[in-house]
Ligand binder design. Structure first.
Ligand code: ZN
Length: 411
């Protein structure tokens, strides 16, 4: 990959993704194998005005070693100095850049029960701190090619060629060719227009239908709204939390989902692949799941806590999105979620509720926004996905036809 292309991509993450503010602190989380790219990203963050850039290095083989060698109790702990840091970040509000490159099943064979239990225990400690910084700082999740990941996506290629091809796929699907910042200004404007049109319809529910057996009706909150692309912190700083991002999404009303959905892509969850699965909902709750692979991980996931069996997101993504058209299966939700319509189990998005900035957490729950320590997307879109919106007055509006936006949703 050309250095100038990577430099432009790094600039996109710092300027459009994080929109680093003058004097702000930045924390980058990335794998050791991407040290060269992290250096470029850090340079761009400083250029954008960061006062300090810190890097949290990760290394999947090491995570694997910890998972094997540490007791459940050790693996579940958040040490006092780590908590102190979380507390400090409530004040400093650093912008956070997450650069993903991990092997989608790099933790296969690790005791999934132990790993998930430990992650849940740590989340319980971390969540109250995170809740206090929610919507107050900019964050961005993006990707860099990793060795093992590349081999998984392009198994027929040599290691070097696979990595090159994965970089090419990341750059093109992230709209980072040419002038990435200009591409994203146009893309953000487009998504904003689509949201405005959907919000003007005042939908009360969505009905999903597909020839693979999917038949699901999901209720929406009267105060709910669709969002996409660019977001804003409570202090008004715009940022793009996901690069790439093609989805227009909302958080549905807790307790109102009836029917069954079938997955259309495998899901990589905590280093385990879950394939060919279905989820059946009753009164909003996932009451029955099946999978041809990873069923235990799926069951564990929906029982993570009380809210883990309820929906937190409904996202609309056309079947002809750039990622879908690339034909590449990334085995990574950041990409695969932008290739197909998807749902997420777990936490809903406060920013999908009108006037969320002045609403307490209790009020958001009361309006029907789900809460959980998990938020896991899974893909349900395909080439014949049909979605009908039902307005508050009971009118039926075609939202999706044959996997793509129906003309009724054009602004
Ligand atoms: Zn999504």
């Amino acid at each position: 990959m050309l250095k100038t292309t990577l430099k432009n991509y790094a600039k996109l993450l710092a300027k459009t993704g994080l929109n680093v503010q003058k004097g702000q602190q930045v924390v980058i989380s990335a794998d050791l194998e991407n040290a060269d790219f992290v250096l470029l990203a850090a340079e761009e963050c400083y250029r954008a005005g960061a006062e300090r850039v810190d890097v949290e290095w990760t290394h999947q083989p090491l995570a694997r070693l910890h998972a094997e060698k540490r007791s459940l109790e050790q693996l579940s702990r958040v040490l006092p100095w780590q908590e102190e840091r979380l507390r400090a970040e409530i004040r400093t509000l650093p912008a956070r850049l997450y650069i993903l490159s991990e092997d989608p099943d790099g933790l296969a064979g690790v005791d999934a029960e132990k790993y998930a239990s430990a992650a849940q225990a740590r989340s319980r400690i971390i969540k109250p701190y995170r809740d206090r910084t929610e919507n107050k700082y900019q964050w961005c999740i993006a990707a860099a090619a990793g060795n093992a990941w590349a081999k998984k996506v392009f198994p027929g290629e040599t290691a070097a060629r696979a990595e090159e091809k994965l970089w090419e796929a990341i750059i093109s699907t992230s709209r980072a060719d040419g002038n990435p910042v200009a591409n994203w200004n146009a893309h953000n404007a487009d998504l904003a227009q689509r949201c405005a049109r959907l919000n003007s319809l005042r939908l009360a529910s969505l009905e999903y239908e597909s020839s693979n057996g999917t038949r699901l009706k999901v209720g929406l909150m009267p105060e709910g709204r669709f969002a996409a692309g660019r977001e804003k912190t409570l202090s008004g700083v715009e940022f793009n939390p996901n690069i790439p991002s093609e989805e227009v999404f909302t958080s549905p009303k807790r307790g109102e989902a009836e029917g069954i959905v079938y997955s259309t892509k495998p899901l990589s969850y905590q280093g385990q692949l879950i394939r060919n699965f279905s989820v059946r909902f009753e009164e909003g709750r996932a009451v029955e799941v099946h999978a041809s692979q990873g069923e235990a991980a799926l069951k564990k996931m929906i029982s993570a806590d009380e809210g883990a069996a309820y929906l937190g997101e409904c996202a609309l993504v056309p079947y002809d999105s750039p990622i879908s058209r690339s034909g590449v299966l990334f085995y990574n939700t950041l990409f695969d979620e932008n290739a197909a319509c998807h749902l997420a189990l777990g936490k809903g998005f406060p920013e999908c509720v009108e006037g969320f900035g002045s609403l307490s957490e209790e009020k958001l729950r009361a309006l029907g926004l789900n809460d959980s320590m998990i938020h896991v997307d899974f893909m349900i879109g395909n080439e014949d996905m049909k979605i009908t919106g039902i307005t508050e007055q009971g009118a039926r509006v075609r939202i999706f036809e044959n996997g793509n936006w129906a003309s009724e949703t054009d602004a």
